[in-house]
Write a protein of this length. Structure first.
Length: 144
């Protein structure tokens, strides 16, 4: 299997290719959340419950459960979104304190008790060709 680096090295050996480079950034920050599904199941939560709670914490309720208020006076509907303030989730330890809820449980659980969270790099953009992930290598023509 070819890696990004070996593919770029092979392209650079082609006569007439200059300034070849990989366009995608592979140092985009991300947080990997590995949920202990057995533990989550024991407390009455599913992977979907954890994902939905994390999505509401990070981006707001408009993504999971959109709500609207209708102003009867002018007939305009307004979106109502609940979101965790940024300063409450600006570190991994703050994120570990995010509540995970479900309609089937009475007591919320903390994300840190259900999942391991580790920072790591990821691809900023993933390109595809025929549904297969690909690496885009760009270059210029010289002397050809």
């Amino acid at each position: 299997m070819l890696t990004r680096a070996s593919s770029l090295k092979r392209i650079r050996k082609v006569p007439g290719i200059a300034d070849s480079r990989i366009q995608q950034s592979y140092s985009y920050p991300q947080i990997n959340v590995a949920v202990d599904r057995t533990l989550a199941d024991e407390v009455g939560l599913s992977q979907r419950d954890v994902a939905n709670s994390l999505l509401v914490t990070l981006s707001g309720s408009g993504q999971v459960k959109p709500n609207f208020w209708l102003n009867n006076a002018n007939g305009v509907t307004y979106p109502i979104v609940v979101q965790t303030p940024q300063y409450r989730i600006d570190t991994l330890s703050h994120l570990a304190n995010a509540p995970v809820t479900s309609s089937r449980t009475e007591t919320p659980q903390y994300l840190g008790g259900l999942a391991d969270m580790t920072p790591g790099p990821s691809a900023a953009l993933v390109s595809h060709y025929d549904s297969q992930p690909v690496v885009d290598i760009y270059g210029a023509v010289q002397g050809a």
